[in-house]
Design a protein around this ligand. Structure first.
Ligand code: 13P
Length: 264
């Protein structure tokens, strides 16, 4: 990968861990990484807890001056008002969030989140000074039809089409093929590379080389310490969005350490 793109290992906890478990996890992860002399300048580590844990994580990170970052798993498209149950981007920014996952396939499936809503989420996150982690990826059906790249690149295009160059440069894209999420069926390194390269080509066409070379493209879907090394070796893969394996603190610290090692 380009030396200018610092890899990112992001744990998407989904609906797991209450705030006490989250606090314990963050402490343990940072101890493990400290003991391993982990170099945060060569790999960023971020956690995406539930909304209910964010304040606890913020207090811990600020009090102990921890180097890990954190973010949210979704966001409202509106700024305030009568939207029962929603959480605004400004509220997340005030909690010290660096990132917000946008368009995860589980959100697209279980909530009415279509491309228009996802575009608005991206804009809301950017306006609040955070970075969206935009999730895209084909289902098994598109792969069976051989249109997987067309489909996933189309998702990137649909969401980014009206962004400015500056806005696009703030994006992180996560290639998460739906068939690989939580199934143990990880994409091959070549499949991950092909998708990441196709996204970068699309960004180059729309926003120019500078944006294309700076946007980090993650892979997500059944990542473990057993497959992370080969995946991160791919030129256009800049890190991981990790579900199941991010719930095991030893495993997540192993993946982060492998990601550092393979990047220089
Ligand atoms: P798994 O790592 O459990 O396959 O989940 C991936 C994911 O959905 C991350 O956002």
């Amino acid at each position: 990968m380009e030396a200018t793109r610092i890899p990112l290992v992001a744990g998407n906890w989904k609906m797991n861990f209450d705030h006490l478990e989250a606090t314990y996890f963050v402490q343990k992860l940072t101890w493990l990484l400290r003991d391993a002399h982990f170099d945060y300048t060569r790999c960023e580590v971020a956690l995406m807890p539930s909304f209910t844990s964010l304040r606890s994580v913020q207090v811990l990170v600020e009090a102990d001056k921890l180097r890990i970052r954190y973010g949210a798993q979704s966001v409202s498209v509106t700024t305030q008002g009568a939207f029962t149950g929603d959480v605004s981007a400004d509220m997340l920014a005030r909690l010290g969030c660096s990132y917000v996952i946008v368009g995860h396939s589980e959100r697209r499936k279980y909530h009415p989140e279509d491309d228009a809503n996802i575009v608005d989420q991206v804009r809301a996150v950017l306006a609040a000074g955070m970075r969206p982690i935009l999730c895209v990826g084909e289902s098994f059906e598109e792969r069976r039809q051989g249109i997987e790249l067309e489909f996933a690149v189309g998702q990137v295009r649909d969401v980014t089409r009206d962004l400015s160059d500056t806005q696009a440069s703030q994006l992180i894209i996560a290639y998460e093929p739906v068939w690989a999420i939580g199934t143990g069926m990880v994409a091959t390194p070549q499949t991950a590379q092909d998708a990441a390269q196709a996204f970068r080509d699309e960004l180059r066409e729309s926003f120019g080389a500078q944006v294309a070379d700076s946007v980090r493209i993650l892979y997500g879907g059944s990542v473990t310490s057993g497959n992370a090394s080969q995946l991160i070796e791919q030129k256009d893969v800049d890190g991981f969005l990790i579900g199941g394996a991010s719930l095991d603190v030893e495993e997540l610290s192993r993946i982060a350490r492998l990601t550092v090692k393979k990047t220089r």
